[in-house]
Design a protein around this ligand. Structure first.
Ligand SMILES: *[C@@H]1O[C@H](CO)[C@@H](O)[C@H](O)[C@H]1NC(C)=O
Ligand SMILES: *[C@@H]1O[C@H](CO)[C@@H](O)[C@H](O)[C@H]1NC(C)=O
Length: 413
């Protein structure tokens, strides 16, 4: 067993920071960002019915995958802000969903678990490994071992029976629609986890797979020449037709995979091309900013937000674009300045949108309105949280790798 190495600067001082008022966000001040993230983290966690000792599924209308997304966001919250007050609840929740094979295949959710859902839990488990998040349960594997289990489970479903490869959206016959559809979230999720495991472990199997999934995604047209990420393609015509819908989170998922590859490339040529891919994916993410006419360069979900048709899932997507943009900036110096500038503007917009409800701090959806738009939910809280606390990523310890990833068994105070 290795010893715990403190990774959070001034954690004790940070814990004393009081919750702040989102509309007062000062994006140039870490204490301001921390205090407002604290308010919004409480807003998000208010939706979660479990606690430090019991896992409880999120109530309807939230699907199981979004619980994984929430705790992925909370692992980052803990790491970026140094506020460890939720750590026991986070660890209990993530460990509770590991399943009998410790790979996040959960019999209870066989009716609704798709490859993308498993990948979203994978993002949370991987983030826990990369930040040496406490893992107090000695009867269970480490975060990194479970990340590798998830990867092996996903890899076993790489499907050569149509489209020369790729992963289907769904796993079980109870979800027949997704059994003919190869989507960017599942394949991008597998790509990103491959890249993160390549960097974390140095095992070249993962880097080879990351390249293979990337090449397949490009070849089939889920990624176009301008680095737009499209939603999916159907095996019924051997993936010759692409569904050209685009969502912010798919863009973010591929972006971070490319950024991790750029940061851990084995050759100078590889580093050059993955950096180019990262910059291209970032540029293409511009389609998720700047709605008219109220604001400029504010993040929005272009497929549904202006028309007010975002479903429950979609209302959380922007958060993952933010999560993966700020993580990418931490690993690829050439995009750091641009990401900080663009996310700062969205964070400010989110702050003005988090002015609803009895508390005056409930988050709305449309950040470009300059105020609260009345649309509330867990997704709205998570999007604001990830965008705001992501501003701290540039000063946080970068994701650990190799021997710096430790088997931590206890909580820090
Ligand atoms: C690399 O990772 C793969 C997939 O998890 C595993 O099968 C293989 O044993 C690993 N290789 C080494 C040298 O650890
Ligand atoms: C990888 O990321 C680290 C942490 O931010 C950074 O110090 C390093 O320069 C990056 N490496 C490359 C090759 O970009």
């Amino acid at each position: 067993m290795k010893f715990y190495k403190s990774v959070r600067p001034a954690a004790a001082a940070v814990a004393l920071i009081a919750p702040g008022i989102p509309k007062n966000l000062d994006v140039s001040s870490s204490p301001s960002i921390q205090s407002i993230a604290k308010t919004i983290a409480a807003g998000a966690m208010a939706y979660y019915p479990g606690d430090a000792t019991h896992f409880v599924d999120l109530p309807d209308p939230y699907y199981w995958w979004e619980t994984g997304a929430l705790f992925g966001a909370m692992v980052d919250y803990s790491h970026y802000t140094g506020d460890h007050s939720y750590d026991p609840t986070i660890a209990t929740a993530i460990l509770a969903q590991a399943g009998p094979s410790f790979d996040y295949m959960l019999p209870k959710h066989y009716g609704d678990e798709g490859n993308d859902d498993q990948a979203f839990w994978g993002f949370a488990v991987m983030a826990a490994a990369e930040s040496n998040f406490p893992q107090p349960n000695t009867t269970m594997p480490s975060w990194l071992d479970m990340s590798e289990n998830i990867w092996n489970s996903l890899a076993s479903r790489w499907d050569m029976s149509a489209c020369n490869g790729g992963m289907l959206w769904q796993i079980f016959a109870s979800n027949p629609n997704g059994l003919t559809y190869k989507n960017s979230v599942s394949n991008g999720g597998f790509f990103q986890l491959s890249a993160r495991l390549a960097r974390a472990t140095g095992n070249s199997t993962y880097a080879d797979w990351a390249t293979k999934v990337w090449d397949w995604s490009k070849g089939v047209g889920l990624l176009d020449g301008d680095y737009n990420v499209y939603d999916g393609t159907n095996i019924n015509d051997n993936c010759t037709t692409i569904n050209h819908q685009t969502f912010s989170y798919s863009q973010g998922i591929y972006l971070y995979g490319a950024a991790v590859m750029a940061n851990s490339s084995r050759t100078a040529d590889d580093q050059l091309s993955w950096t180019k891919h990262t910059e291209g994916l970032l540029k293409a993410s511009g389609s998720f900013f700047t709605p008219y006419p109220n604001a400029t360069d504010i993040m929005y979900e272009h497929a549904c937000e202006l028309g007010g048709t975002c479903n429950t899932d979609m209302r959380s997507f922007k958060g993952y674009l933010s999560r993966f943009m700020s993580r990418s900036a931490r690993l690829v110096p050439s995009i750091a300045q641009d990401v900080n500038t663009i996310l700062s503007m969205s964070a400010r917009g989110a702050g003005f949108a988090c002015t609803g409800g009895a508390s005056g701090t409930t988050c709305g959806q449309k950040w470009y309105m300059g105020g609260f738009d009345g649309t509330v939910g867990l997704g709205e809280e998570m999007c604001a949280l990830e965008t705001i606390h992501g501003l701290l990523a540039k000063d946080a310890t970068p994701p650990f790798k190799g021997d710096d990833i430790q088997t931590i068994r206890s909580f820090s105070s």
